[in-house]
Structures are given as C-alpha cells and as structure tokens.
Design a protein around this ligand. Structure first.
Ligand code: SF4
Length: 377
C-alpha cells in the first residue's frame, strides 16, 4: 500500500482550530502549508498538466464542508428505474482518494481534482445526532466511504477516534467504514461496542494487482480484517466491482472460500463493473493499456454502461451459489441493480428500501412475498 504524502497543504482559516487539522499538521510537520480563504488558486492551473487528476492529488486542502453533511446515497434518488436501494446514509467527511483504482468514479469530478479533508468534525457529529434523533428506524447504516476511502488517511486525520466512540453510544445506527487500506492502528485501541462495521472492498488478488494501483493487497486487507475482528469490530465485505476476466469463476470461488472460512460477516455486497461515458473516456486516457473496459457493455437507463444482463446475472448467480454452499446466515445484497435482476438472481426483490436495510442489520427478512431462494435468514 502506498501511504499518502502531499506536496503542499492548504488550510482554510475556518478550520484552524479543528482537532482534525491539528492531527494533519502534526503528521506532516515538514510539508509546506498555506492558510487561505476560499479555494486554493492552483486549481485554476491544473488544466495545463497532461493528467490533472494525478497532479491535483499532490495537494491537500483542509477545509469546512458547508454543504449537507449527512445525506442519502445517490441510488435512492437514482434515475435507474426499479433500482433496488439499500437505504444507505452517507456522512461526507472527505473527498477524493490517492489509491488510483482504475474504475474509480471519483476521477469524473474534474472540477475538484485534489485531496480534500473536511475538518468540521463537531458539525458532522451534530448533524448525525440530529438525523438519529428524528429517525423512527433503528436500522440506520451510516458510512463515510462514498466520496473517499474511509480509512486511507485515518492515521493522519484521526477521524475514527471521533466517530467510533460516538457510534458506540448509539443504539439506532451502525457506522460502516469502507476501505481498501490497512490503516487500522487507531481502531485497535477503541471499543466499538458492536456499533462499527469495518468493510473491505475485495477482488481476487490478481485483479487487485492489475486495477487497484496503490491500495493494500488482498492478503494485507484480509490480515487487517482479522485484526479488527479480534478487536471487536463487525466485519463486512464488498465484492465490487465484479470483473469478468477469463478465469473469473475459479478466481471468485477461491476468494469466497477464503472469506467465509475465516470471518463472521455482517453482510456481503455484489456489484458488477459499471461506468458512464465520461468515466470511460477518462479511463481510456489515463490507463490506455488496460483491458478493464474492453468487452460487451450495454447502456442502462441511469446512463451507465454495464455488462449485458445475462452476464451480470450469471456472475451474481455463480457467486451467490458459492456463498450458499457455505450454509451461512450472512445477508447478501446486489448493489445498484434492478428489481428484475434481483428476482432472477435471488428469487425475490426487497419490497422497500427499509426492508432491505432491516435485513442487512439482522433484524428481519427482506421479503414478505415470493420464494426465499438465496435468503439465508
Ligand atoms: S479505494 Fe475507492 S475511493 Fe479510493 S481510488 Fe479506489 S475506488 Fe476510488
């Protein structure tokens, strides 16, 4: 894994006093810094570079998130008809990631191609508390891994030292920290009291070597997961994106065997490779020798390209078959797929987002009708 080290840090004067800002400046004490108001000016010069996305990540902007700090995942408002959403809630704590996964959708955000950390942690916790106070559900899943890797910078920022104790005192919500890193040092000294799930995104080792350029290897991610499980954290895995390499059936079989033989899992998600036209152009420009997006893809109503439905269904069915052989009660869900694909693969589609959310938090069956093929609890 390559650890992040910026060339320069820009600090918004509005977050000078934040403990997150202090942690960052202490960790990078030898790196030039500049206190500013507004956006760093160098953003206007990035277009001069052959790869502005790579260039921009050399700079870290520590600032305040003035927007909505807690929001629903985009899938819940997706234009993809009949998409089944898991009702996920996002806490916006950072933006961008230095890990350089070839398929990463963050590459599309060319208006802000730098590393951004939102240091207004107090506002974040207040916003989460307000959401929890007004929520009737006791099955809320809140994650930080939507616009950044949840832990890639944790040993620099110390976010987890605020979030894990906060959620340890909640009964209505689980915190999910989603990562491809091994940055778990802060986690091992805290008691999550069953309220934090650490989720690793995984693929077969050779695929990670080809497509996840700066992340921890799969072996390292699984070793970190073992340590977190031992320290009392709940563990989950996301097999996403599923990639159709010539030997995908054997490769994913080996991965599933390894996961279910070693871990008690909270949930597993499956999601086939997807990208939109913009991202396709960026991937082709940045990684011209990659075979990632060669193959048969179709457009879906949300503007994304995906493997044709029969291929996606075959991949999901095959993996679900491997998982069922394990006689596990771990909930499995499909990420951003239509109810038609759910029904064809799982034999049912969750009736509501809330039903799926209750299923994932172990409190209910996801269906009230249909057969229960694939529903393990
Ligand atoms: S780890 Fe996640 S956020 Fe980071 S580059 Fe890879 S896909 Fe993007």
């Amino acid at each position: 894994m390559i650890h992040y080290r910026p060339q320069k840090i820009y600090i918004d004067r509005a977050v000078c006093d934040s403990p997150i800002t202090k942690n960052i400046l202490d960790s990078f004490s030898d790196i030039p810094r500049e206190y500013i108001e507004g956006k760093p000016e160098f953003l206007n010069t990035l277009h001069q570079y052959p790869d502005p996305i790579f260039e921009g990540k050399k700079y870290l902007w520590v600032t305040k998130n003035h927007g909505k700090l807690v929001k629903k995942c985009g899938a819940s408002t997706s234009s993809l008809q009949n998409v089944v959403c898991c009702n996920y809630t996002i806490l916006d704590f950072s933006f961008n990631c230095h890990f350089e996964c070839m398929y990463c959708f963050l590459q599309e955000y060319t208006n802000l191609p730098m590393m951004v950390v939102y240091a207004n942690i107090k506002d974040m916790l207040t916003s989460v508390q307000e959401v929890l106070n007004s929520a009737s559900s006791r099955n809320i899943r809140i994650g930080t891994g939507e616009m950044a890797d949840s832990l890639a910078l944790d040993e620099v920022t110390g976010f987890s030292q605020h979030l894990v104790p906060f959620f340890a005192n909640q009964k209505k919500a689980l915190l999910e920290l989603k990562t491809k890193s091994t940055c778990i040092k802060n986690l091992l000294n805290m008691d999550p009291k069953g309220q934090t799930v650490i989720a690793w995104t995984l693929s077969p080792e050779l695929y990670a070597q080809k497509y996840d350029l700066k992340t921890a290897s799969i072996k390292e991610r699984l070793e970190a997961a073992r340590l977190c499980q031992k320290a009392g954290y709940k563990i989950a895995f996301h097999l996403d994106p599923l990639i159709q390499e010539p030997t995908w059936k054997e490769d994913y079989k080996q991965l599933v065997d390894e996961l279910f033989d070693q871990f008690n899992l909270e949930w597993v998600s499956l999601g086939a490779l997807r990208f939109n036209a913009n991202l396709k152009t960026i991937i082709q420009r940045r990684f011209p020798n990659s075979f990632l997006i060669t193959g048969e893809f179709v457009s879906t109503p949300d503007g994304k390209k995906r493997y044709i439905r029969s291929i996606r269904e075959e991949m999901y069915e095959t993996l679900q078959g491997y998982i069922l052989q394990k006689k596990t009660k771990t909930p499995v869900y499909l990420c951003m797929e239509s109810d038609l694909v759910w029904k064809n693969v799982m034999g049912y589609a969750p009736e509501t987002q809330e039903a799926l959310e209750r299923y994932l938090t172990g409190r209910d069956s996801p269906i009230k009708s249909g057969n229960d093929r694939g529903v393990a609890k």
